[in-house]
Design a protein around this ligand. Sequence first.
Ligand code: FES
Ligand code: CO
Length: 339
Amino acid sequence: MQQDRLWNEWHPVSKADELLEDPKQVFVLGERVVIFRNEKGVHAFKDLCIHRGAALSLGKVKNGKLVCAYHAWEYDSDGTCVKIPALPCDRPIPRKARATVYHCEEYLGLIWVCLGDEPAPLVRYPEANMERYRTAICGPYDVKANAPRIIENFLDVSHLMFVHEGLLGDEDHAEVVDYDVKFIDNRFVTSKIPVYQPNADGRSKGGYSDYVYEILNPTTARFTKTTEGSDEEFTILVAVNQEDNEQTKVFMLLTRNYDLDQPDDPFIEFQDTIFYQDLDVVESQKPELLPLDLQAEMHLKSDALTIAYRRWLDELGVENGTIGVIEGKRNKRKKHVTQ
Ligand code: FES
Ligand code: CO
C-alpha cells in the first residue's frame, strides 16, 4: 500500500546532540511529534496530551517521565500515564490515559522516527562504523519543496557543471557519459560516472572524480566520490524528512577517509555553499510534486538515474511523496478509531 511505504520508513528529525534534557517538537509527514530522551534512550510520541490536547513538547522530562506542561500528567517511555496529580490517590489512573507512541531510534548521530506499525530496516551506512573514516553532519536545511524533488536534485549529475560551476563542475566539461543503473539488494546503484571538478570537496584539487550513486529508500540517497589512483573516498548520505506538504528538513552526513586529523568545519561550510546553490532551483520547480508520469517532462540518457527513481516511486506507489500519504493514512486511522 502506498501510504504504508513512507509511513513505515524512518525519517530523520533532529541531530542527536540537539536532543538533550528538554523534549522537542518535530514534524513527520504532517504529524506533530514530540521526541525526548531519558536514561532508557530516545522516544517519540504524538505531540498531544490525551487530557486536553496540549502539546507534550511544552512539558519537561522529570525522573525519566514526560510531564505535560498543562496539568502535569506524567507519561512513561512506553506511553503509559503513570501520574495524574489531580486524581485523588485512592483512584486508579484510567487505562485509556496513554500517549500514542511511535518508533524512535538514535542512529548515525541523528534521531529517526517511524510512524508506522511495521518499520522498514534502518538505512544501511557501513562507513559510520568503519575505522579510519570520519563523519560530519550537515544541516538540517529547511527547504520549501517536496522530498522527492530534493532527492532527485541530489541524484542529478548534469547540473553540477552549471549550478556548481567552478566547484563541482566545469561548463566546458558538461557532457555526461552513459552509465548503468542496477537494482541490487533493494537499492539502486550506478556504475562510476566521471565528472570533471575544479574543486571536488573544497580543497581546490581539480581533476576527474568518479561518482557512484545509490538510492536507498524514497527519501534517502548517497554517493561516493573517488579519484583514480587515489585511495581517498568522500561520501554524502542525504536523508530528507517531509515535515508536511510544503516543508522539508534535509540532513547530510559527510564521510571521508582522509584528512582525519583536520577539523570538519571546512567540509561542512563547503557543503553549505553547495546546498544553498541548489536551494533556489529546487524551490522553484513546478509542479511541486515530482511528476511520476514519464511523459510529463523531458528526459535524456544522462537522466537515467532520476528516471529510475521516478519509476521506482511509481512502482512503490509513493504518490509524489507526501500528500496522498498523509491524507490516506489519516482517513484510515480515523476509521480505525471509530470502529
Ligand atoms: Fe496535558 Fe492536561 S492537557 S495534563
Ligand atoms: Co546540486
